[in-house]
Design a protein around this ligand. Structure first.
Ligand code: IMP
Ligand code: MG
Length: 174
């Protein structure tokens, strides 16, 4: 096995990530005061961010997961397939989609439209990273931890063909 971790350039260290997630958690707490949030974590990459985010929030939550796929290797396509749907009814709920990264925007656009069709009370989006310059389709993101350059990131949930998710920092491949 070659060592992926050694090949990465560090973009955000573990502590910086946690500090930024705390700021976002505080914003979410302010915005949802007195409400309960139905967090929908987008498998698999966002698991890591989701756990750290909800543990830092004071707002009560319910947790759901959904899995879609649009990616092969490092190339994004507009073809989204639903791999795992929701387990419960989200109608009337205040939904927060938690995703690892927004790149072209196709994934979140698809997810938001799909979830909207299930009649929640509200939908907001939180992402760990935003590659703004790569956007192909407009999607409103409500909470962004880091705006990043057009680099392929790995670690803290991000993978290269399923590897590297548990690397504790966010790095990139050159
Ligand atoms: P979009 O549909 O192009 O916005 O792509 C979003 C999805 O592509 C994310 O859910 C990620 O799984 C994946 N993705 C995009 N950029 C990266 C990256 O730099 N590293 C790892 N996965 C990425
Ligand atoms: Mg993903």
């Amino acid at each position: 096995m070659d060592n992926l971790k050694e090949k990465l350039k560090v973009l955000y260290e573990k502590d910086e990530i946690q500090k930024r997630i705390q700021e976002i958690a505080n914003e979410i707490d302010k915005d949802y005061k007195g409400k309960e949030v139905l967090v929908i974590s987008v498998l698999k990459g966002a698991i890591f961010f989701t756990v750290d985010l909800v543990m830092k929030m004071k707002t009560p939550i319910m947790l759901e997961t959904i899995q879609v796929s649009s990616y092969e290797g490092t190339q994004s396509t507009g073809n989204i397939i639903m791999k795992k749907g929701l387990d419960s009814d989200i109608s009337g709920k205040d939904v927060l989609i938690v995703e690892d990264i927004i790149d072209t925007g196709y994934t979140l656009k698809y997810l938001k439209e799909y979830l909207q069709s299930l009649n929640p009370n509200s939908i907001k989006i939180a992402v760990l990273a935003d590659k703004k310059e790569r956007r192909k389709i407009d999607v409103k993101v409500d909470y962004t931890c880091f705006e990043i350059e057009n680099k392929f990131v790995v670690g803290y949930g991000f993978d290269v063909d399923e590897r590297g998710r548990n690397i504790p920092f966010i790095g990139y491949l050159e």
